[in-house]
Design a protein around this ligand. Structure first.
Ligand SMILES: [Zn+2]
Length: 229
């Protein structure tokens, strides 16, 4: 599979953020999408996982997503990878992507977001990373030469302070908003627009976005190291 004029996008996670991000990419005319997720469709998450219906419950998310996306655009190349990402398989997966691939990190796992940030920078793959919790969300475009996720937050919160989405809850419409935002940022990166290094944060109760464009931290272990190679 090669990147066509509409681009190739690697979407990590096909849940509350991944579903709207995938719909956004298809509506923007993506040529090819690879979807990675290890989980099955669960009835308790259907409200915010807007690609799936009750008929998909128990099916692998990547397979259900592939059917739904191809039904919207039969010309779309979709590769479904049922895989739980970890420190062992992430780098080989990213290294196997065609040139020009844009990565979208749509998981709900803070540790994975930082691992994807570091591995994309090392492999020179542009990345859009997003997160949503309760009413709040944030999106950032990460590319070599610009501030990365680790420049902003240094690292994930300690495990005991991490609140799983299943416990704290996510507003479904907030996840939809942030997922489409991630898709639009990915399309902008593909088009060469100067969005890298910018972070947007939004509280969806007020809908007033904050835009930050920090300088890369010289001592950042992720992008500092990437700059010096
Ligand atoms: Zn950095």
């Amino acid at each position: 599979m090669s990147a066509g004029p509409g681009g190739h996008y690697l979407v990590l996670g096909a849940g509350g953020l991944g579903c709207p991000a995938l719909l956004g990419l298809v509506s923007a005319g993506a040529a090819a999408i690879t979807i990675v997720d290890h989980d099955v469709v669960d009835a308790s998450n259907l409200q915010r996982q807007v690609l799936y219906t009750t008929a998909d419950v128990g099916m692998a998310k990547v397979d259900a997503a592939k059917v739904r996306l191809r039904s919207r655009d039969p010309r779309l190349h979709v590769r479904a990878l049922r895989l739980r990402l970890d420190a062992t398989n992430l780098a080989p997966l990213l290294a196997a992507q065609p040139p020009g691939t844009i990565v979208l990190e749509c998981s709900d796992a803070p540790d994975l977001k930082f691992m994807v940030n570091d591995t994309c920078l090392a492999g020179q793959l542009p990345l859009v990373v997003g997160g949503v919790q309760r009413w709040r969300g944030q999106v950032q475009a990460v590319q070599r030469g610009h501030a990365c996720l680790r420049c902003m937050f240094e690292g994930p919160p300690p495990t005991e302070l991490q609140e799983p989405c299943s416990l704290v809850g996510v507003m479904g419409a907030a996840a939809g908003l942030l997922g489409f935002w991630m898709a639009q940022l990915a399309v902008a990166l593909h088009a060469g627009e100067p969005v890298a290094g910018t972070l947007w944060a939004i509280d969806t109760r007020t809908l007033l976005p904050q835009q930050m464009r920090p300088r890369p931290r010289p001592d950042c272990p992720a992008c500092g190291a990437a700059r010096s190679t």
